[in-house]
Design a protein around this ligand. Structure first.
Ligand code: RM4
Length: 262
């Protein structure tokens, strides 16, 4: 079933983790163009090359990929993303605003630079790319698109070493709600995905602590932590026309972590 047939999908932070899984799943679902943003250092450059190879090897033949490097905290990167996307494909149907960082840290001793960088990447970066792509979606014919903000279960609950990070996730959820209201008249839908604990590079160190890992697994109703692929399916659904009346929604993708009090 090709839910994204002929769609042009743009993903920030696509070289690894959830963004990467979303890229592969979009191609599998028939997307014909992928605008893949990545950070642009040596490591993410290599990751993007392997992602491209994976997409070309494992999905359909007519999916073209355009990579756009840059720091998402810099608003110029978002302008570049739109420019490269429109040059290659003429339009953007789907935006997955995904690029995030979470340097786990104690609150009381946290350097302000950690707070600022986390806010700049997660929240400012989201604002810039959502605004830039929404302007493109407004001006294209046919008008409209689907914007998906990667928020988190952390938009709803706290974390001892995440006092800088959880406010950015709450902010992204709130941004999607207000953008849904602001952009509905342009046929642009905006929704938030709230992943639970998904095993990626972002929490590798944190989950290396066996006790913490075990505790997190026990809290899920499904008895396991998430994989990036677990988030990609719901992303495809929200991006697709199956979700054409869904806007301003929040979708927890957490294996039942949030509801499990006791
Ligand atoms: C999530 C949640 C997870 C953590 C990631 C980094 O939103 O807090 O448990 O691993 O953030």
């Amino acid at each position: 079933m090709a839910l994204l047939a002929n769609k042009i999908v743009c993903i920030t932070g696509s070289s690894r983790g959830i963004g990467r899984a979303c890229a592969v799943e979009s191609a599998r679902h028939g997307a014909t163009g992928l605008i893949l943003h990545y950070f642009g250092d040596q490591e993410t450059e290599a990751e993007l090359q392997s992602l491209k190879a994976e997409i070309y090897a494992t999905t359909h033949d007519n999916c073209r990929v355009v990579g756009v490097p840059g720091d998402i905290a810099d608003s110029g990167t978002s302008q570049q993303i739109v420019k490269a996307g429109v040059e290659a494909f003429g339009r953007i149907d789907v935006l997955v605003s995904n690029a995030r960082i979470c340097p786990f840290a104690e609150f009381l001793t946290m350097p302000h630079a950690t707070w600022e960088r986390t806010r700049q990447v997660n929240l400012d970066g989201s604002f810039y790319v959502v605004q830039a792509v929404a302007n493109q979606m407004k001006s294209q014919v046919p008008q409209g698109g689907s914007i998906i903000g990667l928020a988190s279960i952390s938009a709803l609950v706290g974390g001892e070493f995440q006092c800088h990070y959880t406010p950015t996730k709450a902010g992204i959820l709130s941004m999607m709600q207000s953008c849904a209201v602001a952009l509905g008249k342009y046929n642009i839908r905006c929704n938030a995905i709230l992943p639970g604990t998904i095993v990626t590079d972002i929490n590798k160190e944190d989950l290396a602590n066996e006790k913490k890992r075990g505790d997190m697994i026990r809290r899920t109703a499904l008895g396991r932590l998430g994989a990036p692929e677990d988030v990609a399916g719901p992303m495809v659904f929200l991006a697709s026309d199956l979700a054409k009346y869904v806007t301003g929604a929040q979708l927890l993708v957490d294996g039942g972590l949030f509801v499990n009090l006791q």
